[in-house]
Design a protein. Structure first.
Length: 720
């Protein structure tokens, strides 16, 4: 039976043969074993069965690894920055990559030199007892080789500084050189540092880039109202042919695609940052504006307008994502956003002025000017936008692809059915287009897609594009319906008035009002828009919100009704000028109230969505109202029957009467739409001044933070 080992005899019993290497180089005789570990080793020897194997037999010797964990020069080699396409996406990203690479080379060189020095120290000649350093590296061997081989020794720091092989003390400062540390985990988005500009010129260029996006959006919408008749007269075939999309389909396409895809690009901007969607938007707008200038047929024009709407939808939310990631909350950010909003009336009037000044036989220059401005904006964005340092993975956002597809497809199909209905008849006069497959098929398919999208967004999608909770605050649903009616009136007034003023009979001129004269007629909209853009926010704190909403509703009714009731020829100062002022008051007050009210009643996590919905209401209402107004105008014109025996001169007279009747009824439809919106606002909308003036507090339904503040995709389109 194996003899029992006691604590008294344990020190003498557990010893290695002299032929075996020591546990710790140069230190074994001066250190004591831990008492608990010694007892464990004693138990292992008590369980030893004689004759089975040699307890001192070692496995094949492997080269021991030197642990440098106690060395003050140990450090982890940093990862080398890798080149990629994203490094070339902007000038600031490229410069940042070069700086990171230079820093990596500096750190790597330092670590390699430190390791080389330490390796050289390890291979120095053996020290004498008087010259041996107080700290030596630990030689680790495999466990279970010998008893006590993997025991842990207490390393006591030496009171004297380390000595060199020659006996001289080594300066402690040289061994405590600061080494680069690995970057800590990214902080929460609300605590991450903002992106910065390298120079003041870069910030000025960035502000110019942001302002140009709003300028271009308004330019492409307003000026096209004047340019459209030129294009249709020059290139279009007979627009009343069966299957034709009508006069306003190219105009409504941009607003339709913009409103259908705006939420998609807002989510993409939140997920991946605003820079790449922004660059895609401005470059895409430049490409399709360039192609639209060469369009010789309405098919290419329609495609170009749709792609322009897609481009604007891409860069509008990404613009606010970039501003949110660059500027903290404060006066500087408000100044940039104020500059952005101030360019809305400038772009609106610039569109009118450019389209009016260009000759009638060169409509392509209207689009080429937009293409030039788009490419200039892309260049300034590449040169000035700082590198995005926001860690967006913390947001855990996902794209709702099912809802995005259903919403986009449903809106496009329904809008197509409305646009083609007036010209879908193929069996002569009196046959309704609603009974033709050309209208019924897309209409039923579109309504079905929207119904499925309603279910998906409400009960299926984990991260819906348009959550139902957004409409849960009081009066939000009624207010949204009222805004749809108001903006529908504005879209009809804008495009129908440009057509109406170009009619010789309506204006009492030989060829109607064209060119710079027509642009000058719309000057009150630009001046009034600029004034209300500055003073609109102050009015909300002085006048009750409901009073302003009712005033805007009355203005919405007055703008088209003045043109519908004006005697022919229409007088500018008596009817046109007041109509312009009413339209300006209506659009600016309504949109300002919409942005402020939806932002005030929405929780903090829906602030970006509130701005997006404000813009969607404008463009969606315009895209559908133009098609509906054309249905109304065509039905009104069909009431006038031209006799078969009429002479050519009489046919021209009847044609003018039909056109004037169509314009009048379109304006009446716009006034009726505005009246419905005013009725909804008076009966169902209640907005108190305290709602607008209250200060934002933390969202009690959330976690007390505001992660979306760094990547806000607040979409602001003051004049659409």
């Amino acid at each position: 039976m194996e003899p029992t080992l006691t604590d008294d005899t344990l020190e003498n019993k557990i010893k290695r043969p002299r032929s075996h290497p020591p546990n710790c180089a140069g230190q074994e005789q001066s250190r004591k074993l831990d008492i608990a570990t010694r007892k464990a080793r004693a138990k292992s020897q008590r369980d030893f069965v004689p004759g089975t194997h040699d307890s001192w037999q070692l496995p094949p010797f492997h080269e021991p690894s030197i642990s440098r964990s106690s060395s003050r020069k140990s450090a982890v080699m940093p990862l080398k920055p890798k080149p990629s396409f994203t490094r070339l996406q902007s000038l600031d990203s490229l410069i940042t990559y070069r700086e990171e690479k230079a820093e990596w080379k500096r750190v790597s060189s330092y670590l390699q030199s430190a390791q080389a020095d330490e390796h050289q120290e390890d291979h120095q000649a053996p020290y004498s007892d008087s010259q041996a350093p107080t700290r030596a590296h630990t030689i680790r061997s495999d466990t279970d080789t010998v008893a006590g081989a993997d025991l842990v020794f207490d390393e006591k720091p030496s009171s004297s500084p380390p000595r060199s092989p020659g006996g001289d003390s080594i300066d402690d400062d040289e061994h405590q050189t600061a080494l680069p540390k690995l970057p800590p985990p990214p902080p929460p988005i609300s605590e991450q540092p903002k992106n910065t500009f390298r120079t003041s010129a870069a910030e000025i260029g960035f502000c110019f880039t942001i302002a140009m996006t709003q300028f271009l959006a308004e330019y492409m919408i307003s000026g096209f109202a004047i340019e459209l008749p030129k294009i249709m007269d020059k290139y279009a075939s007979n627009e009343t042919d069966p299957g034709s999309m009508g006069m306003f389909w190219p105009a409504s396409l941009l607003s339709l695609i913009l409103s259908a895809t705006l939420l998609i690009f807002a989510r993409i901007s939140d997920m991946h940052g605003g820079y790449l969607p922004f660059m895609f938007g401005v470059i895409w707008l430049g490409i399709w504006s360039l192609l639209a200038g060469f369009a010789k047929a309405t098919v290419l024009l329609d495609i170009s307008r749709a792609m322009q709407g897609l481009a604007i939808a891409a860069y509008i939310p990404s613009t606010f994502a970039m501003v949110g990631s660059i500027y903290p909350e404060g006066p500087r950010k408000n100044l940039v956003l104020g500059l952005y909003a101030g360019c809305a009336p400038l772009g609106f009037f610039a569109g009118f002025l450019s389209a009016g000044a260009l000759p009638d036989d060169a409509p392509g220059w209207y689009f080429w000017i937009a293409a030039i401005l788009s490419f200039v904006t892309a260049i300034t964005a590449y040169l000035t936008v700082p590198h995005d340092r926001t860690d967006r993975k913390q947001l855990s956002l996902k794209m709702d692809w099912i809802g995005a597809f259903l919403i986009t497809a449903g809106l496009i199909l329904v809008a197509y059915a409305l646009a083609v209905e007036p010209y879908a008849s193929q069996n002569g006069r009196g046959h309704s287009g609603w009974t033709t497959p050309m209208v019924l098929a897309p209409l039923i398919s579109g309504i079905t897609c929207l119904a499925i999208a309603f279910w998906v967004e409400g009960w299926y999608a984990a991260c819906p594009l348009l959550p139902f909770d957004f409409f849960s605050p009081k009066s939000v649903k009624a207010f949204s319906l009222a805004c749809l009616c108001f903006y529908a009136s504005y879209g009809v007034w804008l495009y129908e008035s440009a057509q109406y003023f170009s009619n010789a009979t309506a204006t009492g001129t030989s060829n109607g009002v064209h060119g710079l004269t027509l642009a000058a007629w719309y000057t009150p909209t630009a001046i009034g828009g600029l004034i209300l853009c500055v003073a609109g926010g102050a009015l909300l704190h002085v006048t009750p919100i409901m009073i302003l909403l009712i005033i805007s509703g009355i203005a919405w009714i007055g703008a088209p009704l003045l043109l519908a009731m004006a005697p022919l020829p229409v007088h500018y100062w008596s009817f046109v000028m007041p109509s312009m002022l009413c339209a300006t008051i209506g659009i600016d007050l309504t949109f300002t109230i919409s942005c402020v009210y939806l932002s005030s009643v929405s929780p903090l996590r829906y602030q970006g969505l509130a701005g997006a919905v404000s813009s969607i209401l404008v463009n969606l209402a315009m895209s559908f109202s133009l098609s509906i107004s054309e249905i109304v105008a065509v039905k009104a014109e069909s009431a006038i029957v031209v006799p078969d025996y009429a002479s050519p001169a009489e046919q021209l007279v009847f044609a003018d009467k039909k056109a004037i009747r169509g314009y009048k009824y379109a304006f009446i439809y716009a006034a009726a739409s505005a009246g419905l919106g005013l009725l909804i606002a008076v009966l169902f909308v209640r907005i108190s001044r305290s709602v607008v003036q209250k200060r934002k507090t933390l969202d009690l339904e959330g976690d007390g933070t505001r992660p979306s503040s760094e990547v806000s995709t607040l979409v602001d389109l003051p004049r659409a």
